[in-house]
Design a protein. Sequence first.
Length: 233
Amino acid sequence: MESPVIAALDVPTTKEALELVEALSGAVGAFKINHQLFVSAGPEVVGRIHEKSERVLLDLEFNGTPNTVVEAVKAATRHRIWALTIHIGGDLKMMKAAKAAAQTAGQKSGVCPLVVGVAVLTSSDDDILHAHGIPSTTTDLVRRMTGLAMRAGLDALICPPQEVAAVRNLVPREVQLMVPGIRSLGEDKHGHKQTRTPKEAVEGGANWLIIGRPIYAAKNPRQAAEQILATLA
């Protein structure tokens, strides 16, 4: 069975990232690159990971005018990434344009990336939304954003762990759900307001588990990943 774990490379250097990739090869299904690593190491880190035949989720949450996002998606797709993220808070026109750009650019690069929508961060909760003048609950906002993402034809969603079961019921089975905020019972949440255990997330309908600190900060990252997989057996 393919590992459902996406290991978040939340480290500042190419050296640290590649050491993790080497240690985790075969134990995880993909690697996530966020702003910190991409800005620090540049796009060449994507190529270095590809040299090891591993998949990359480029998590830069593109947002802006349709033209700005289209150009960003085209540039990212040239690096033959497996998936990229955009923010569902952008308008519907932007999301549709991003999806179309990924398909067109993917035909040229040979790899058409999944376009993954991000609605609400796991560090958010109802109080934070209200403090920003958003009257919705987290649940209501996620459901509305999910509807927009489906209208735009997005391939996947990064979904808060407490909402995964509800979102799974709102989207077609082929839409992949990627869930961050994964923690084993008793583990420090490290800023996540919403968490679930690996088994709870998968049983709720998650296709992928995005896991960072419990793996990369472990004394033995591979052993940590394998222990997580064992809870799903």
